[in-house]
Design a protein around this ligand. Sequence first.
Ligand code: HEM
Ligand SMILES: *[C@@H]1O[C@H](CO)[C@@H](O)[C@H](O)[C@H]1NC(C)=O
Ligand SMILES: *[C@@H]1O[C@H](CO)[C@@H](O)[C@H](O)[C@H]1NC(C)=O
Ligand SMILES: *[C@@H]1O[C@H](CO)[C@@H](O)[C@H](O)[C@H]1NC(C)=O
Ligand SMILES: *[C@@H]1O[C@H](CO)[C@@H](O)[C@H](O)[C@H]1NC(C)=O
Ligand SMILES: *[C@@H]1O[C@H](CO)[C@@H](O)[C@H](O)[C@H]1NC(C)=O
Ligand SMILES: *[C@@H]1O[C@H](CO)[C@@H](O)[C@H](O)[C@H]1NC(C)=O
Ligand SMILES: *[C@@H]1O[C@H](CO)[C@@H](O)[C@H](O)[C@H]1NC(C)=O
Ligand SMILES: *[C@@H]1O[C@H](CO)[C@@H](O)[C@H](O)[C@H]1NC(C)=O
Ligand SMILES: *[C@@H]1O[C@H](CO)[C@@H](O)[C@H](O)[C@H]1NC(C)=O
Ligand SMILES: *[C@@H]1O[C@H](CO)[C@@H](O)[C@H](O)[C@H]1NC(C)=O
Length: 330
Amino acid sequence: MASFSSTLAICIAITFLLLNQSKAQLNTTFYSNTCPNVSSIVRTVIQQALQSDPRIGASLIRLHFHDCFVQGCDGSILLDNSGTIQSEKDAAPNTNSTRGFDVVDNIKTAVENSCPDVVSCADILALSAESSVSLAGGPSWNVLLGRRDSTTANQAGANASIPSPFESLNNLTAKFSAVGLNNITDLVALSGAHTFGRAQCRLFSNRLYNFSGTGNPDPTLNTTYLVTLRQICPQNGSGFVVTNLDPTTPNTFDNTYFSNLQTNRGLLQSDQELFSTTGAPTISIVNQFSSNQSAFFQSFVQSMINMGNISPLTGSNGQIRSNCRRVNGS
Ligand code: HEM
Ligand SMILES: *[C@@H]1O[C@H](CO)[C@@H](O)[C@H](O)[C@H]1NC(C)=O
Ligand SMILES: *[C@@H]1O[C@H](CO)[C@@H](O)[C@H](O)[C@H]1NC(C)=O
Ligand SMILES: *[C@@H]1O[C@H](CO)[C@@H](O)[C@H](O)[C@H]1NC(C)=O
Ligand SMILES: *[C@@H]1O[C@H](CO)[C@@H](O)[C@H](O)[C@H]1NC(C)=O
Ligand SMILES: *[C@@H]1O[C@H](CO)[C@@H](O)[C@H](O)[C@H]1NC(C)=O
Ligand SMILES: *[C@@H]1O[C@H](CO)[C@@H](O)[C@H](O)[C@H]1NC(C)=O
Ligand SMILES: *[C@@H]1O[C@H](CO)[C@@H](O)[C@H](O)[C@H]1NC(C)=O
Ligand SMILES: *[C@@H]1O[C@H](CO)[C@@H](O)[C@H](O)[C@H]1NC(C)=O
Ligand SMILES: *[C@@H]1O[C@H](CO)[C@@H](O)[C@H](O)[C@H]1NC(C)=O
Ligand SMILES: *[C@@H]1O[C@H](CO)[C@@H](O)[C@H](O)[C@H]1NC(C)=O
């Protein structure tokens, strides 16, 4: 009897230990002893990069998003092609589109100079996202840290999991739910990141000329804005030309993205659907964020934390890459 209960006690203890390990939580003080200045190092490099490229903050937060949606926030998007890696950079949502990898390298070099082999590339993306938002006038927050880097990439996963601008609101919602972002507020708040940055004509020009084979433009596109966009993206022009996602305040992180949607000036189909899909639960959230910037900022921070928590590698899983582009020792 005594041995049974002590065996039981040991089993329970081991179960708790294992549960604890598999549920290792990120926290804001993870580097407070090993790299106390990491946030300001990241921020300083981004500030410098912004001098010559006002778009770079937008490009960096997008890397964090595209990282987190594919096998979790594990720096997988940063791995280059190699004998064993089929790079996510060549996946459909990323190719000729994601940018900022050179700036991530510069940040990593600066961080390694202060604290070698300590800070993961996945955490650098999370910290870069926060710095980019706050430097553009958006909210600041304490970033949860302690992610480790993957030794694998998943190009097929990137093709399948990252939302496309041509998808229906139902499909977008399903792709967010698939990574655990099953509250519709996450979709609306995070889409608000389209308050800065650019998009290429090829990703919305179907809306300007022949929407869904109708021979007409997208009826949910503002006709004044349509004229402007047709000038930027002529029918036979290069699909690689870019324009501002937020025509009102292109480089500022604010809530004008949501007032743009109310005047049918969402650039991507996936943007405008949040407001123009009949009966959608997203409409009232767009209205709320449009009328109250603090409400948007508060939800955005919470949703960034939710996104940053998608299946991180922690504890002794994964590794701390010394070069974000390569698995250690390869
Ligand atoms: C809701 C689903 C989403 C779709 C369908 C979507 C789609 C797109 C597309 C098509 C572009 C333009 C890319 C190009 O022209 O090369 C873009 C840009 C961008 N996206 Fe999203 N996105 C979504 C959600 C998000 C989220 C969650 C974030 C971040 C929290 C984000 C941040 C950005 C930023 C900042 C840019 C501009 C990047 C730059 O200028 O380099 N997007 N997005
Ligand atoms: C943060 O997480 C690390 C790793 O799980 C842990 O060692 C550390 O004690 C945590 N810090 C706090 C304040 O919880
Ligand atoms: C922290 O980093 C910033 C930016 O690189 C630098 O200006 C500052 O002197 C650093 N502070 C400490 C205490 O190392
Ligand atoms: C698109 O990407 C391919 C492959 O990386 C490259 O060869 C091509 O030059 C890129 N096109 C543009 C317009 O950037
Ligand atoms: C992902 O999509 C790209 C572009 O469509 C394609 O070239 C590539 O083969 C796809 N990769 C996988 C693993 O399915
Ligand atoms: C929505 O998702 C379904 C199921 O995955 C797919 O068959 C359909 O093509 C998607 N629709 C759009 C517009 O992407
Ligand atoms: C979704 O998130 C919002 C904002 O954080 C919260 O008020 C709401 O209760 C959540 N909804 C559900 C169904 O959990
Ligand atoms: C629009 O696209 C549809 C389907 O691809 C095509 O049949 C039609 O001829 C196009 N209309 C115009 C005006 O280009
Ligand atoms: C675009 O190119 C097609 C075929 O090359 C041509 O028939 C059409 O007139 C051109 N449209 C414009 C607006 O230049
Ligand atoms: C179209 O956009 C203009 C601002 O450029 C705005 O004044 C107008 O109300 C919008 N029209 C509609 C139908 O939303
Ligand atoms: C705006 O949102 C904030 C944060 O959620 C809230 O505290 C405040 O009461 C809201 N203001 C108005 C006018 O509704």
